[in-house]
Write a protein that binds this ligand. Structure first.
Ligand code: ADP
Ligand code: MG
Length: 298
């Protein structure tokens, strides 16, 4: 028997490096007319590196102690920022104190008990809300300086008090700008950026890839609202993401595609399709494949 067009398209997508989970998904990919892209791990390579370690003077911690504490708390996390912090500690040969009671909040950060004290590592905007003490004020200034440079700033607190800030940088994917242009021309709409990261770093990256509609500082449920808003305006939205924080939006979207290499298990399981070959241009490629296959389906 000759292969039905949608099944051949699935095989073809596989050769392009995209795992499409069903014929229904293969068909839906060609229907999308709006795209929402995640930043970290999707438009960026997803292998961020720690570029700055700044302990607060009043914390009495050395930069190495600060990094060691953060790495100990982040050790169980699969978030790309967590891996960057653990890797930076490893490179400096730091031995990590043991962490207990690990907990993580998607889009915010982690907490753990290290040497009997609760250490939190995460997004400054959420950990500093409402705080006006000198340490918090100083930490906010350091974080803003790093974000101005396009870094993701990560705050470290011990027993609720800020002790330092880490700067983390990730490279834009080589095919990021090209993919944004291809998606805009295929769907007839400019893609939007949905990120949990800070507005400054988000704006900087958006400018580099040519995205104008930027929504930053989003929690997972805000990503869902952004998708629903587009769908309420009559759009069929394709969401491309990689993180645990993207999973609800991947599920809510008309079609969800996860980035496979750095992607979290939850994102890969939730998405309708997975980019296995680590290139973003495979996304517009599978949309085209779907449209060609649909043209052959009666
Ligand atoms: P994005 O939507 O761009 O992929 P995330 O939602 O995964 O970003 O993360 C949003 C923000 O939450 C990060 O920029 C960081 O400040 C914070 N964050 C999330 N998880 C962690 C973690 N494990 N360690 C430190 N910060 C974290
Ligand atoms: Mg991400």
């Amino acid at each position: 028997a000759t292969m039905p067009p949608l099944l051949s398209a699935i095989a073809n997508a596989g050769r392009h490096g995209v795992l499409v989970k069903s014929a229904v998904v293969m068909e839906r990919l060609g229907q999308v007319d709006a795209v929402a892209l995640d930043k970290t791990g999707t438009l960026t390579e997803g292998t961020p590196r720690v570029t700055e370690v700044r302990s607060l003077a009043r914390s009495r911690l050395t930069d190495e102690e600060l990094l060691g504490l953060a790495a100990a708390a982040e050790h169980p996390s699969e978030h790309p920022l967590a891996r960057a912090i653990v890797e930076a500690a490893r490179e400096r040969g730091l031995s990590l104190p043991l962490a207990e009671h690990f907990d993580s909040t998607s889009g915010v950060g982690v907490t753990a008990t290290v040497d009997g004290q609760v250490v939190a590592v995460g997004t400054p905007a959420r950990l500093l809300t409402g705080a006006t003490d000198p340490s918090s004020a100083r930490a906010a200034v350091l974080a803003a300086e790093l974000e101005e440079e396009g870094r993701t700033a990560v705050l470290v607190t011990v027993a609720g008090r800020p002790v330092g800030v880490l700067g983390i940088a990730d490279r834009l994917r080589r095919d990021g700008a090209r993919t944004v242009r291809a998606l805009a021309s295929l769907t007839g709409t400019a893609p939007v950026l949905l990120t949990g990261d800070n507005p400054r770093a988000a704006a900087r990256l958006a400018e580099e890839v040519g995205i104008e509609d930027v929504r930053a500082g989003l929690l997972p449920q805000h990503k869902v609202s952004a998708v629903r808003e587009l769908e309420a305006a009559g759009r069929k939205v394709l969401v491309v993401g990689d993180g645990v924080n993207d999973a609800p939006a991947l599920a809510a979207a008309h079609t969800g595609v996860a980035m496979g290499r750095a992607g979290s298990d939850l994102a890969l399981e939730t998405a309708d399709a997975v980019v296995v070959r680590d290139e973003l241009t495979t996304v517009p490629a599978v949309i085209s494949l779907s449209r060609r296959a649909r043209a052959l389906v009666v």
